[in-house]
Design a protein around this ligand. Sequence first.
Ligand code: TMP
Length: 208
Amino acid sequence: MKSGGFITVEGIEGAGKSTAIARIRQWLKGKGHDVVVTREPGGTPLGEEIRSLLLAHRQGGMAPETEALLMFAARAEHLRTLIEPALATGQWVVCDRFSDASSAYQGAGRQLGMDQIKVLAQWTHPGLEPDLTLWLDVPVELGLRRANGRSRPDRFESEKAVFFEAVRQGYAQLTAEAPQRIRRIDASADLATVTAGIEAVLERHFND
Ligand code: TMP
């Protein structure tokens, strides 16, 4: 029955996801599709509450397992109440991060193991994978430089470069494992080049 599509956008901080998502939305609208843009963690009232718990600084930090499970708690709510119903009615869902972020950040960054995270993904959304994932890849130093100077850094943004290097390696590994689904975009280029790259991927992927 599904006629819509599910696109996710990934990358470390400062990769330019917001601009990319705006362009993807515009491209889909141009094709006459109904588009829902959403984000993780969050996207639902309960999910946004969980997001606040995850991003807030707290004395003693948070156990990596707690962090992973809260990501998936927010994701389950998001899937059941927003993503799955939208896809079932033929809408297109564009999501700022999804389970690949958990593999990269909790699996690789927090060293829980990407295979362990995939078990949670398999349990939370059996049979559902994004149709296309754009990985906006930037060198860590450039990403952090771009992200700095936004608002006060949250709990993740306060991590050191070595954490984001591991996250970036995680994304590289995921891309190597699923080259048909995950497309790497060199997001260190200028805006026009990045936008052209995104459009080329969309055209190739959905206009065969
Ligand atoms: P955002 O900055 O893209 O809004 O995402 C908030 C933070 O949450 C970001 O630093 C990445 C992190 N995150 C994870 O660690 N695991 C996840 O599964 C998701 C969805 C986000």
